[in-house]
Design a protein around this ligand. Structure first.
Ligand code: UD1
Length: 375
């Protein structure tokens, strides 16, 4: 049987790889190896997702950890090369846009191993975002480009990609969301936090451009403080953000806003319980923009751009930037019941992983070289 090697590394990878791994396992026509690079390593940033998602534990754990972009990517590449030599996969499947994604694509391409990129074609057109560099390079190297929405196809075609490499499969993260929602909503998360369904906001912030600059982070906190005068704001704090709040001496600002509730990073199910019943979501996360659209909850994206325009064109997302006045105005509008309404995009239907598993079987059954020939 042909072998697929999956790479995961950071928090947003797990809910994308889990349904693909499961679908392939259920069909039983391919052998799989799951490699966790260890880019994220805290229990709350990694282990809890395996439990929550019912995901098989990784077959290989590389323990890469944190570092500069060059250090983290290079260490991951060195270790992945050893794994690829040992495992000899027929296809390497990478997801998303984190440094582990890029490292996997670079190593596989130099070794002549076929690559599938799940979530291909997304572009923020902002080269200052490390994720944008990861997306562009990974897409350039991948043989199979699996896209979540037609805008991603259009980006790839504009870049001159052969249409034969592009496969519009839908949004695999929404598979996980739909499969988990009922279970999540049975959890006591809201009552434990003293929240009423539909009467609170959720916030996440972790982008370097938002949290590393004290002026930007301070401005964002002031708009959250405003929102928290109207409804409780639950803010699970990413470790990077926690560190920046302390380094920039911003923790005092939070103490003056009792409605702003900083909590530890949450597991997948707990967090889904929180987002699915929220009145408003404020975020700089890419995945959460998509989840808000799938859940029909208004979302304010605290960035100047998005690589996920379909969430704005069709969904509940509004890109509002980082100006505290604009954020507060749009939040007020949403809390007054005039938040953005939307619909769920086509193929965000819970069956993307099945389509991916079928595609992998078909492609691997065609014999080696078929992909390169059409690329
Ligand atoms: C990474 C991804 C980003 C993704 C995000 C989700 C890249 C370039 N960025 O950003 O696209 O949206 O994950 O969380 O790959 N840390 C811990 N514990 C952990 C992991 C990290 O304390 O388990 C701290 C460390 O101080 C580390 C910092 O967070 O230096 C940043 O981690 P890193 O993996 O470099 O990037 P993220 O900001 O998490």
């Amino acid at each position: 049987m042909k072998k697929v090697l999956h790479i995961v590394g950071a928090r947003p990878n797990f809910m994308k790889a889990a349904p693909i791994h499961k679908a392939i396992a259920e069909r039983g026509r391919l052998v799989q190896v799951l490699v966790h690079t260890g880019q994220h390593y805290d229990v709350k940033m990694s282990d809890v997702f395996f439990t929550d998602l019912g995901m098989a534990p990784p077959d290989v754990y590389l323990g890469i950890g944190s570092g500069s972009h060059a250090e983290q990517t290079a260490r991951t590449m060195i270790e992945l090369e050893k794994v690829f030599l040992r495992e000899k996969p027929d296809l390497v499947s990478v997801v998303g846009d984190v440094n582990s994604t890029l490292a996997g694509a670079l190593v596989a391409s130099k070794m002549g191993i076929r690559i599938s990129h799940v979530e291909a074609g997304l572009r923020s057109f902002d080269p200052r975002m490390p994720e944008e560099i990861n997306r562009i390079v990974t897409d350039r190297l991948a043989d199979l480009l699996l896209t979540p929405s037609p805008d991603a196809d259009a980006n790839l075609l504009k870049e001159g990609v052969d249409p034969a490499r592009i496969h519009l499969v839908g949004n695999v993260m929404i598979d996980t969301l739909l499969a988990s929602k009922a279970q999540a909503e049975k959890l006591p998360t809201l009552s434990e936090l003293g929240l009423t369904p539909g009467a609170y906001a959720v916030c996440t912030l972790h982008r370097a451009s938002n949290v590393d600059d004290p002026k930007v982070l301070g401005g964002l906190l002031s708009s959250l403080a405003h929102v928290s005068t109207r409804v409780p704001v639950v803010f699970p704090v990413h470790p990077r953000t926690r560190k920046m709040l302390a380094d920039h001496g911003l923790s005092g600002m939070l103490e003056r806003s009792p409605g702003l509730r900083l909590v530890e990073p949450m597991g997948y199910l707990e967090f889904l319980a929180l987002t699915s019943q929220a009145q408003l979501i404020l975020t700089d996360s890419g995945g959460l923009q998509e989840e808000s659209t799938a859940l029909g909850v208004p979302c304010l994206t605290l960035r100047e751009n998005t690589e996920r325009p379909i969430t704005v064109e069709q969904g509940t997302n509004l890109v509002v930037g980082t100006d505290p006045v604009r954020i507060s105005e749009e939040a007020d509008r949403a809390l007054d019941g005039n938040g953005k309404k939307g619909r769920v995009p086509a193929l965000w239907d819970g069956r993307t992983a099945e389509r991916i598993a079928e595609l992998y079987e078909r492609v691997l059954g065609e014999g080696s070289g078929a992909l390169r020939a059409s690329a």
